[in-house]
Design a protein around this ligand. Sequence first.
Ligand code: SAH
Length: 258
Amino acid sequence: MTGSLTVVGLGPGNPDQMTTEALAAIAAAEDFFGYFPYIDRLNLRADQRRHASDNREELVRARAALEMAANGGRVCVVSGGDPGVFAMAAAVCEAIDEGPVEWRQIELSVIPGVTAMLAVAARAGAPLGHDFCAISLSNNLKPWPVIEKRLIAAARAGFVMAFYNPVSKARPHQLDEAFDLLRGYLPVAVPVVFGRAAGRPDEAIRIVPLAEAQGGMADMATCVIVGTAETRIIQRGENRPIVYSPRYFRGGSGSDGA
Ligand code: SAH
């Protein structure tokens, strides 16, 4: 008997930012696979089983979940934020693509969640109000020269950029390299938002011009949003400034890098 596999996005960490669809999917499942901090976030019942694993084991975890679903289990794979953004949904699809033909019979659902860049953008104002892109700065799964090429292309095209996985212990210098590179293509007054642990009790939002942006301002729990020449800052005295990208493109100097 074939079971079901649901890939669920838990949102950025605040229970209020989980969808009711995600909560219902969790209530309906029996076995839970995911990176252990995400599994720890779930309020599971005594009859629900945890299969937590390390972050680097995405494909192994996806295959184990699919195997259990193929044998009739009601299985849930969890990701932080949205499962389709640098997370488990693509790993599950890849495992199905490469796996035994029976896995194609499994009832598969992907439940979206609030991804980190949206949670951070909401705290800062509306930096993603115009065209934007999301780039993972991790070179575990792609070579650094490809990342550099994409950063330059995005800056030249006038996209606001959201950086996921901006730094790690193994990659302490890459965010500084990215900022150095971007300073060659963007005005140095462009606002940069460092959004750490958005939606969690230890949330911290910091806004600096690109000229002052440093890799040390981010950690693994930070999503960095780099504006464009169009992105504006509204100063509000004691209150945190508002950062927004106007919906109307005016095409000021340096705004499209052309
Ligand atoms: N699927 C997740 C992203 C996984 S990649 C999502 O949709 O949000 C992991 C990266 O996401 C982290 O390195 C960090 O850049 C970002 N991130 C995850 N949760 C975050 C949060 N609460 N606040 C800020 N950034 C976060």
